[in-house]
Ligand binder design. Structure first.
Ligand code: ADE
Ligand code: ZN
Length: 347
């Protein structure tokens, strides 16, 4: 019952990686067809206990995706899975540099076709942002931005920063982010997943982002928490990912950062990151937020609307969706007995 209700809530998925959403059976099929050995069967391949190990497997799977039609297929399948979880709008990252030698134009053509098909079949919208691999350094990031801008399409609205944070702080990427912003791109940065609160602060101060992907380490810096609350910084959190890539492995712990971030009044959204890699779905992440992280249904409804308000759709679209979603969320939440009683008592 509760899972059904959570699935039906209209949602914006704001933190999802295209290549991290490839279905294992599709990865195997594409690898065989393209003659790219994955090196192990899925049950032995999808094994990792930290971010670096995960990224090594992610990199191998990326190489199995080669043709424009492969990109169309993985985009369509990812959006189909999102739609099944109640997503109505999806903003996703891509890692075009990780498909060695495949022209960015080929990749973008396939991704656009997948978005168009999914839009027609499932009625959802989708936008994307290439993610800079911070491990490759700022000079490579400048070339990467050029390559992306050269084949920019209307669905490419942003630029992200991802991969392993630990020895790669955000500050050296300030010039490339300035150039992206000047080119009219929206920006976000992964920070505070494996790196310290200082990387969240550095991303805000030097990269000009107002959206932090993950951000968990923020809870270690109360001044920064207060500042993010006042400035309405959006945190795109991914509960299950924390079990694999962060020190916070117990989702039910009283000091789990996503719980603390919500309690501190930060703008937190629930997302799925790399769902098949971490054995989850967007709807399941909502269940975990509700069951393990202390989000009431009302909190989840509010967080959906907060995410919508800060997402990268045009303002007019957001205003229209807000009216629709507010009504739908209210009607779905009213199905829940406890919520209904709370509403009646407070009248
Ligand atoms: N790329 C895909 N998933 C990621 C994550 N959780 N952190 C950093 N880079 C990623
Ligand atoms: Zn991510």
């Amino acid at each position: 019952m509760i899972q059904d209700l959570l699935t039906r809530l209209p949602k914006a998925e704001l933190h999802l990686h295209l290549e991290g959403a490839i279905r294992p059976e599709t990865a195997v099929e594409l690898a065989v067809r393209n003659g790219v050995p994955l090196g192990a069967a899925p049950q032995d391949l999808y094994v990792y206990d930290d971010l670096a190990q995960f990224l090594a497997v992610y990199g191998r799977i990326c190489q199995a995706v080669v043709t424009a039609d492969d990109f169309r297929r993985i985009t369509y399948e990812m959006l189909e899975t999102c739609a099944r979880s109640g997503a109505r709008h999806v903003e996703f990252f891509i890692s075009p540099h990780a498909h060695f030698g495949i022209p960015f134009a080929t990749q973008f053509d396939g991704i656009r076709a997948g978005i168009a098909e999914a839009r027609a079949d499932f009625g959802l919208t989708a936008l994307f942002a290439p993610g800079i691999n911070r491990e490759l350094g700022p000079a490579a990031a400048e070339e990467y931005l050029d390559a992306c801008l050269a084949v920019r399409c209307e669905e490419m609205v942003g630029l992200g920063l991802d991969y392993n944070e630990a020895p790669f702080p955000p500050e050296p990427f300030a010039p490339v982010f300035a150039r992206a912003r000047a080119a009219g791109l929206q920006v976000s940065a992964h920070a505070g997943e494996g790196g310290p609160a200082a990387y969240v602060r550095g991303s805000l101060d030097r990269l000009g982002v107002r959206r932090i992907d993950h951000g968990y380490a923020v809870v270690q810096d109360p001044d920064l928490v207060a500042r993010c609350r006042e400035d309405g910084v959006l945190f795109t959190c991914c509960p299950t990912t924390t079990r694999y890539t962060t020190p916070w492995r117990d989702l039910t712990a009283a000091d789990h950062p996503i719980r603390l971030m919500r309690e501190a009044g930060l703008a937190v959204t629930i997302n799925s990151d790399d769902p098949p890699f971490f054995g989850t779905t967007l709807a399941r992440e909502y269940l975990i937020a509700h069951r393990d992280l202390g989000f009431s249904l009302r909190d989840l409804g509010d967080s959906i609307l907060t995410g919508l308000a800060s997402c990268w759709l045009p303002e007019g679209d957001k205003a229209r969706l807000r009216v629709e979603w507010e009504a739908e969320i209210a009607s779905i939440l009213a199905e829940d007995q406890t919520t209904m009683q709370t509403v009646l008592v407070s009248r």
